[in-house]
Design a protein around this ligand. Structure first.
Ligand code: BGC
Length: 734
């Protein structure tokens, strides 16, 4: 982690010179695109505004904006969604609207390598600086509790440690390139259905050890300028006015020094939010505008709170480089996108058909997924207007990609042809299934690209591939034995045909150079090293909730005709609580003895690795795990050595928890000594009574291997009971 040179004292001195209206302009964040007089989002220029002056003067045309205060050297803030690239800007200038699409966050997390998310964050920041964006609304890291959640592609998997470390890589990458970053959505935004009012009910211990541990881990490894508070309620209170989450935990126990902004339209009050610790509202000025000034005037919110809000924003904002556009090296961005994609693709199964030999002539038929032209991406506020245009839907005709299915110009057909010149690579559309099946019988190999589109704002009904793609794969598998399936999905899907095909690859949403990365992996120019950051269930029966919990609406009550995109959801007049009592992901599968289709941490390589005896060495605040690792295969490869720990039974925890890992590139036949340092707090449980992390005294079993279900080596160590320091205390001592 690079320590940020935030000067809170300098920020406070500036705040002391600000007028109340200047202070309010900083905390009353507005849309970077125009809103109508009723506060509704405007997607067409309102009357009287010509297109040339749209968006509003001052804003570069993105999600959020606060004006500069030139006399005090306070920069304008331009905040832009950036889950997988810079989201499409609200501008007529095509060169500013289009951005590079990077592999999704879920894809990046499959690399298990924070230098990969760092590379993404840095590339993203360079894209931002080219168009005048200086705050990235990236860093989405809600725990992947529900595999059908529409935003899984933006999140970093089902394990808190993995998720926190991976998102921190991204934030460090962005901030090191001079662009501020936020982490979001604090906290427990687990399902999209009803997200504006759902009440996530979760026990303190589960919350601390699950979702909050993601944020705590991230804040241990990075200093995001901002934390975005979520839409939903947590244990009865909206995230933006949740004093426990923001005041007690984030700013108190964790000592978080930056600012807390609302998600877009997630603020529900002035006084309660201000007192709970919210520092900035977006984007409509409903609560932190004149209302906040009035509340201060009336003595309901102390002026010192407003000063604190401003100082928290200014301290990081003062580190921003001068507001000038820095030309983008597009090729560099695309190269980063390709490198990230190469590391994120997961080889789920392979009977030896892969890698393909590019020099042996043969015929391959590519089917499905618009594979002649594009790869898929996810939708919502993370949707990017792809550089070079969407080859399937053509040029955009409006300003809003939020609800669209966007395809990215990266052609698997062209990429395969380029790397396999001795092969004939054909493509057939799936609308004539007979033609596909006839041709499938004659070629040497069929590669089926199967896709699943997902989006913010909605969830999947279930995990089956849509549009009868399962039936298509089965029909092709009936016609020929030589089938490879390439998945492009937001998260896990059902793979009922997996045993009938020769290989399955998970490519996620692979971005602008996804096709090239895929081709490199298919021919073995790149040895796959991705590992699953989420469990693939064998069937819906294995899920706690097989699909999204529906919004309860009292009979007779009606959804109004015009529902604002964000904001007032008073028409939902029923409590909407969802309880999350179970362990998440692999921990629940392990606890309940369920056998998934593909387990957490799984991923094959074209090499084989074997590890030797495990040794454990206690240190004052850690356990050092060591083992010999050998690449016993014929080719160089990268192994992700995974360390899991079983806590003493008295801790009452699920059988295993991820404790650390190491990325090990190894030449064929080479060996290395792998060292994974496991700080003690990774072994801790949350003591509700003492309100602290505690280490249970007893025997800890460390298990080492290639996935959560392939852990051939283990060793034990006895550790004494102890109470552990808080994050703020840990940070003060380093
Ligand atoms: C999303 C946030 C996003 C914001 C602004 C909201 O709909 O939940 O993640 O940053 O829009 O784009």
């Amino acid at each position: 982690m690079t320590e940020r040179p935030w000067d809170h004292e300098a920020a406070k001195r500036i705040v002391a010179s600000m007028t109340t209206s200047e202070k309010i302009s900083l905390v009353d964040g507005r849309a970077g695109f125009p809103v109508g007089t009723d506060g509704e989002l405007v997607t067409e220029p309102p009357g009287g505004l010509d297109r040339a002056s749209y968006p509003a003067p001052g804003a570069v045309g993105c999600d959020g904006y606060t004006p500069a205060v030139d006399r005090l050297g306070i920069p304008a803030l331009h905040l832009c969604g950036a889950g997988v690239g810079l989201t499409d800007m609200y501008t007529q200038r095509r060169d500013l609207a289009e951005s590079t699409v990077f592999p999704s966050a879920m894809a990046q997390t499959a690399s298990w390598d924070p230098s990969i998310t760092y590379a993404f964050g840095a590339a993203l920041a360079r894209e931002a600086r080219a168009v005048g964006v200086n705050v990235l609304l990236a860093g989405a890291c809600n725990l992947a509790v529900e595999p059908w959640c529409g935003r899984l592609f933006e999140y970093h998997g089902e394990d808190p440690l993995l998720s926190g470390i991976m998102v921190a890589g991204e934030i460090n990458g962005s901030q090191d390139e001079g662009v501020l970053a936020s982490i979001k959505h604090y906290a427990a935004n687990f399902q999209e259905t009803g997200r504006f009012f759902i009440d996530t009910v979760v026990s303190e211990r589960n919350l601390r050890q699950g979702e909050l541990r993601v944020f705590e881990t991230a804040l241990e490894h990075c200093d995001p300028a901002a934390v975005m508070a979520a839409y939903n309620r947590i244990n009865g209170t909206y995230a933006c006015e949740n004093g426990y989450l923001i005041g007690t935990v984030l700013k108190g126990e964790w000592g978080y020094p930056g600012w807390v902004m609302s998600d877009w339209g997630a603020t529900h009050s002035t006084v309660a939010s201000a007192l709970a610790g919210l520092d900035q509202e977006f984007p409509m000025g409903h609560f932190f505008s004149q209302q906040l000034a009035d509340a201060i005037q009336a003595g309901q919110v102390p002026e010192s709170r407003l000063d604190d809000m401003c100082a928290r924003i200014l301290a990081p904002a003062l580190t921003l480089p001068p507001a000038e556009l820095v030309p983008l090296d597009v090729e560099r961005s695309l190269a980063a996108a390709e490198q990230i994609a190469e590391r994120s693709i997961v080889l789920l199964s392979n009977d030896g058909v892969l890698p393909l030999d590019p020099s042996t002539p043969g015929t391959v038929l590519l089917v499905g997924g618009n594979a002649d032209r594009a790869v898929l991406s996810g939708a919502g506020s993370a949707a990017v207007q792809p550089r070079g245009g969407d080859p399937i839907n053509g040029e955009r005709t409006d300003y809003n990609a939020f609800n669209r299915v966007t395809w990215v110009p990266s052609s698997p057909l062209a990429a395969l042809r380029a790397v396999m010149p001795a092969w004939e690579v054909e493509h057939l559309p799936t609308d004539d299934i007979d033609a596909v099946l006839n041709r499938a019988r004659d070629v040497d190999l069929v590669v089926v690209v199967a896709t699943q589109h997902t989006s913010e704002g909605s969830d999947l009904p279930d995990l089956s591939l849509p549009d009868e793609q399962d039936a298509l794969i089965e029909a092709i598998a009936d016609a020929t034995d030589d089938v490879i399936v390439v998945l492009q999905t937001g998260g896990p899907v059902h793979t009922p045909w997996a045993r009938r095909v020769r290989a399955v690859l998970e490519a996620w949403y692979p971005g602008h150079r996804g096709a090239q990365a895929l081709a490199s992996i298919l021919i073995g120019a790149v040895n796959p090293s991705g590992r699953l950051p989420v469990t693939f269930p064998a069937s819906s029966d294995q899920l706690v909730r097989p699909g999204p919990v529906p919004i309860p609406i009292r009979p007779g009550s009606e959804r109004p005709e015009k529902v604002p995109p964000h904001g007032n959801f008073d028409w939902v007049d029923q409590p909407f609580e969802v309880r999350y009592d179970e362990p998440v992901g692999y921990q629940r599968y392990d606890q309940d003895g369920l056998v998934p289709a593909f387990c957490f941490g799984h991923g094959l390589s074209y090499s084989q690795f074997s590890s030797g005896e495990v040794t454990l060495t206690p240190e004052s605040d850690a356990v050092v795990v060591e083992a010999e690792l050998t690449n016993t295969g014929d080719v160089a490869g990268i192994e992700v050595v995974q360390v899991y720990v079983a806590l003493p039974p008295e801790a009452g925890e699920p059988p295993l928890r991820l404790a650390g890992w190491s990325i090990e590139p190894l030449e064929a036949g080479a060996s290395t000594r792998v060292t994974v340092r496991v700080p003690r707090h990774r072994l801790a449980t949350w003591d509700v009574e003492a309100q602290r992390w505690q280490l249970q005294g007893g025997t800890y079993t460390f298990r080492v291997g290639a996935s959560s279900r392939d852990l051939p080596r283990s060793a034990t160590i006895d550790l004494p009971e102890s109470q552990l320091p808080t994050l703020a205390e840990r940070r003060r001592s380093t």
